[in-house]
Write a protein that binds this ligand. Structure first.
Ligand code: ADP
Ligand code: MG
Length: 682
């Protein structure tokens, strides 16, 4: 019996398969974990539990319960409330611990603030034991947010900012929000003085922060609310400061994600006077220092020739400087602009998808931006769903080398590190060969003609391919599969970094609007992108690391939406990838409280081959070797049974024309690394 085949078992067959299924939008609770009985032996604190349950009933009227609702004011508005008048946080120590446990939040102090003592040689064992004991000690228990209304009543955020939150329908804070908002808004209020005194750190100048929380769990709001509010707070303190001064830089790995953050930010900051801008090629921002005359600002490997914002250097010089409070950028764009210039006014650097930004691929640019932020009170926050210990180590080292030893680096982990969100259903499908994948994908697209062996997956969905070439080829192969009466080839698109910026934006907008139902893409879209209605993710080519799996499948099941399906095809060649993916699935299902071994039995995981570190690194960087290069991009079936049904001659000609132009583009880029991360090049 083929052991690989068995991984596909357990697939539930749908009794009632339909031809093309439209998405169903279901209201959901954005919280992933809330078990008030967790970790409680016998005694349950009823009061705390009821506070939490009541959150679900919050409505717009009582959102700012302690204050009388009033009309939005046009000006940025924060009233300085004397500290002694601000109500004390509501939970006592035991209640705090219980809420943190129930929502699976764990805070750890990563930095060390002990005064240097004379080194005394100790045996290794003793040291290990001591550091273990210290780790336990270093766990922190800051006040969580029990409801959004506390943002105003306890943490004194801007009225307008709070109203904007309500307007967008946010009612219950997600775990990462309830954990991180208090310590980012007012660390001295949220962290007990006893803890900072004991561990020798100070919070009056803010904290450096690292948050590891599941995909789709609302990290964007968790960093944008404090960013906007801190700017408003400083503006309120300085009446003359109506002008926009660049205080916050948000770095994200792709343009799509940067655009999304700008959009979220603008909705939140509406009417507050805080300006948020996305960095563009050729844009001038207020930076200090000179750049050599022959150092153009537009150098660098911009990946699309002739894009709309591709200004000549001469034109740039005439351009005025863009003033803004918050700048959102990809690492390459800002790094190329800065050269040796600095950003002395920036007080907060936010790294979204920090582990990839600090991965060797983007490390130089990201660290370059970081060192250009020369302000002494610069604080750093890092956000991701996955975070390796080497990345944490790097952050700690960098921080040590630049700032006062009293500023703490605190890490928040929500749930189990490096797992997928509990609301996703995982399926591994063995297709034996490459051709088998195409056949399987067609079955998913046309459930009526399926032999019943495939899971049911609702449109719209995302399909991930390993390279740009493969995404293009798969698109060419499938684009006539959707019947003309359902919208035909306009319902399916491919999105990758060889397209122009405007083509990329247009595809994203059409997918968001529900016009595109199947979006074939590469790892360009695996991180951060929030498409609310995505019902499924298909890994046409296996993801090449556990983190890649977590992020790709995390495009579904966002904000607590149930029923997202993650299907991964694998062939005999993919065996080296399976163990880490199967482990992620098993751990995620365990965390979700699903019956153990639902998708992958333990004995099977044990029988999969182990992959050593070097091989893992190679896989991550290069993907499956046989799927690289132009030849490997060919994705086709001989039978072409589906094409016969839908294809018309005109469509076929148009398709082959597109293929030819695409091949020319691909030829131009040959010789470069064809993996997507190598090709973003903003
Ligand atoms: P992450 O960065 O953690 O992957 P996002 O910040 O992109 O997640 O948020 C995912 C989705 O959840 C977005 O559509 C966002 O609007 C929504 N969301 C965020 N916070 C809440 C909340 N408290 N209640 C409901 N939905 C939320
Ligand atoms: Mg995000």
């Amino acid at each position: 019996m083929d052991i690989l085949k068995i991984l596909s078992r357990g697939t539930k067959r749908s009794a009632n398969q339909q031809a093309i299924q439209k998405p169903i939008a279901k209201p959901s609770n954005p919280q992933l974990f809330n078990d008030p009985t967790r970790g409680v032996k016998r005694k349950r604190n009823e009061e705390t539990a009821s506070t939490l349950e009541a959150d679900g009933d919050l409505d717009e009227i009582n959102f700012f319960a302690p204050r009388v609702a009033k009309k939005p004011s046009p000006e940025p508005e924060i009233q300085e409330i004397p500290k002694e008048n601000v109500p004390k946080p509501v939970l006592d120590e035991e209640e705090v611990r219980q809420v943190l446990r129930s929502h699976r939040l764990k805070f750890t102090l990563l930095s060390s603030h002990e005064e240097k003592k004379k080194k005394v040689k100790k045996s290794k064992k003793k040291e290990e034991a001591k550091s273990k004991a210290k780790d336990v000690k270093k766990q922190l228990f800051p006040q969580p947010l029990t409801s959004f209304s506390e943002l105003r009543s306890v943490y004194n955020i801007s009225t307008r900012l709070g109203e904007n939150l309500v307007k967008q329908g946010y009612r219950i804070p997600t775990e990462v929000q309830l954990g991180s908002l208090p310590i980012l808004l007012q660390p001295d209020r949220a962290i007990p003085t006893s803890a900072s005194e004991e561990l020798n750190f100070k919070t009056d100048n803010g904290i450096d922060f690292l948050a590891v929380a599941p995909t789709g769990s609302g990290k964007t709001l968790a960093f944008l609310i404090p960013a906007i509010n801190n700017i408003l707070r400083r503006k309120a303190g300085d009446k003359a400061q109506k002008e926009h001064v660049l205080e916050v830089v948000v770095v994200a790995p792709t343009r799509e994600l940067a655009h999304q953050i700008v959009n979220e930010g603008r909705k939140l900051a509406q009417g507050t006077g805080v300006k948020i801008v996305g960095m563009k090629k050729g844009m001038q921002i207020p930076a200090e220092g000179q750049v050599d005359a022959d150092d153009g600002d537009t150098s660098g490997s911009e990946d699309e020739a002739g894009s709309a914002d591709d200004d000549s250097e001469g034109e740039q010089k005439k351009m005025t400087t863009t003033k803004t409070d918050i700048l959102v950028t990809t690492p390459m764009l800002l790094r190329n602009y800065l050269k040796s210039r600095t950003l002395p006014t920036v007080k907060s650097l936010i790294l979204d998808e920090a582990d990839v930004l600090l991965d060797p691929l983007f490390r130089e640019q990201t660290l370059g931006i970081w060192s250009a932020c020369t302000n002494e009170s610069l604080r750093l926050t890092c956000w991701s769903a996955t975070m390796g210990s080497s990345i944490e180590g790097l952050v700690l080292e960098q921080l040590k080398s630049r700032e006062s030893s009293t500023v703490p680096l605190i890490r928040l982990v929500v749930g189990l590190k490096d797992t997928a969100v509990p609301s996703i259903n995982h399926k591994l499908i063995y297709t034996a060969t490459e051709q088998g994948k195409l056949f399987a994908l067609r079955q998913l697209l046309h459930p009526k003609s399926s032999d019943g062996s495939m899971p049911q997956i609702r449109l719209p969905f995302l399909v991930f391919a390993q390279t740009i070439e493969r995404a293009t080829a798969l698109h060419d192969e499938l684009k006539f599969d959707i019947p003309a009466e359902a919208g035909g080839s306009s319902r399916i698109a491919a999105l990758h970094s060889s397209l122009s910026d405007s083509a990329r934006s247009s595809i994203v907008a059409r997918f968001r609007a529900g016009e595109i139902w199947v979006l074939i893409t590469t790892d360009l879209l695996m991180r951060g992108i929030d498409f609310r209605g995505v019902n499924g993710v298909i890994n046409y080519d296996v993801p090449t690391s556990a983190a890649a799996y977590v992020h790709r499948v995390g495009r579904t099941g966002r904000a607590g939406h149930e029923g997202g399906m993650a299907v991964t095809f694998y062939t005999t060649e993919d065996v080296t990838y399976l163990k880490s993916i199967a482990n992620v699935i098993a751990l995620s299902e365990k965390q979700a409280g699903k019956s153990s071994e639902e998708s992958v039995p333990k004995w099977l995981i044990d029988s999969l081959p182990k992959v050593d570190k070097d091989e893992k690194k190679k896989l991550k960087q290069r993907g499956v070797e046989s799927r690289r290069g132009a030849k490997a991009a060919k994705i086709t079936t001989q039978s072409a049974w589906e094409r016969r049904k839908e294809h018309n001659k005109r469509g076929a000609i148009a398709g082959s024309k597109k293929r030819k132009t695409q091949e020319t583009v691909n030829d131009d880029t040959q010789g470069q690394d064809d993996s997507e991360w190598g090709g973003i090049g903003d």
